[in-house]
Design a protein around this ligand. Sequence first.
Ligand SMILES: Cc1ncc(C[n+]2csc(CCOP(=O)(O)OP(=O)(O)O)c2C)c(N)n1
Ligand SMILES: [Mg+2]
Length: 322
Amino acid sequence: MENVQLLEAYKRMVLIRKFELKAKKLFEANKLPGFLHLYVGEEAVAVGVCSALRVTDQITSTHRGHGHLIAKGGDVKKMMAELFGKATGYCKGQGGSIHISDYNTGILGANGIVGAGLPIATGAAFAFKYKNEDKVAVCFFGDGASNRGTFHESLNMAAAFKLPVVFVCENNLYGISVDARYVAAGVVNGKNIADRAVGYDIPGVVVDGNDVNAVYEAACVAVARARAGEGPTLIECKTWRQLGHYVGDPDNYRTDEEKAAWLQRDPIKAVGTQLLEKGVCSQEDLDKIAADTDALIEDAVAEAEAAPYPDASALLTDIYAE
Ligand SMILES: Cc1ncc(C[n+]2csc(CCOP(=O)(O)OP(=O)(O)O)c2C)c(N)n1
Ligand SMILES: [Mg+2]
């Protein structure tokens, strides 16, 4: 990444981190309804990938979606209001964290169904190709999702039709409390999830998901390939979530040694150090970014708290059932 881009990436990663740590506090104080799955520690994946995208490109997200939404340009005020269940939120307070979407910035939606984003992104890419639009779709999904049928169906269709889509597997080593080695075939023998790309005759790339530069470089290659009509790429980002699966998870399935080792590799601290070493910023600059971000988040919370809940008459609007 060029220096200017790296600085922007840093700001975005700090915004994601601070948004989520604030949301965690609010949730623990019983101020937010629903469930909260945090992305803390994985920010380099969303920001690295979205830095390679245009506003008009589209993404699908997961149950752990705040990072993807903020990285793609989502509005933290509308996100915070949605977390509070307020009428000013992205889903008018009726969706919560897991259902946020924003078509203006190309966010086709967070999704509570593991693996559901894969066919949605593939469908978006099919539409781009069919309508001859110069757009790329990106699907973020987890190691757990890569064991679902939707993963295999989507990779097959995208490869067969050379669709402009990039599949980004966020391998954080766990699906809830289950170690990927026990449930993702081949992983126990040292194979990568990216190796599954061979079966679909597309490139499969493994990157350090805690290194925003590495993620960005891999994403640029995959996005260029997609734009050029050469078809999909599977990128596996090796990363780790620093907190439990959801806020409230006792997180007793990971050892202290594992936690200590990964906490050493914080993706945001790494970029901060790079910015200082390259002389792009001073420590005061980084402190100011932190303070400005805190102020933005506090504003978002104050506005969300002051906003009204949806009117009871809205209870049956925007509800879909088959
Ligand atoms: C189809 C489906 N099956 C099961 C669940 C329950 N569930 C929610 S999150 C999750 C684990 C997902 O793991 P992974 O894809 O690795 O994503 P991560 O949580 O690690 O980001 C499961 C099984 C679900 N939401 N949807
Ligand atoms: Mg996982």
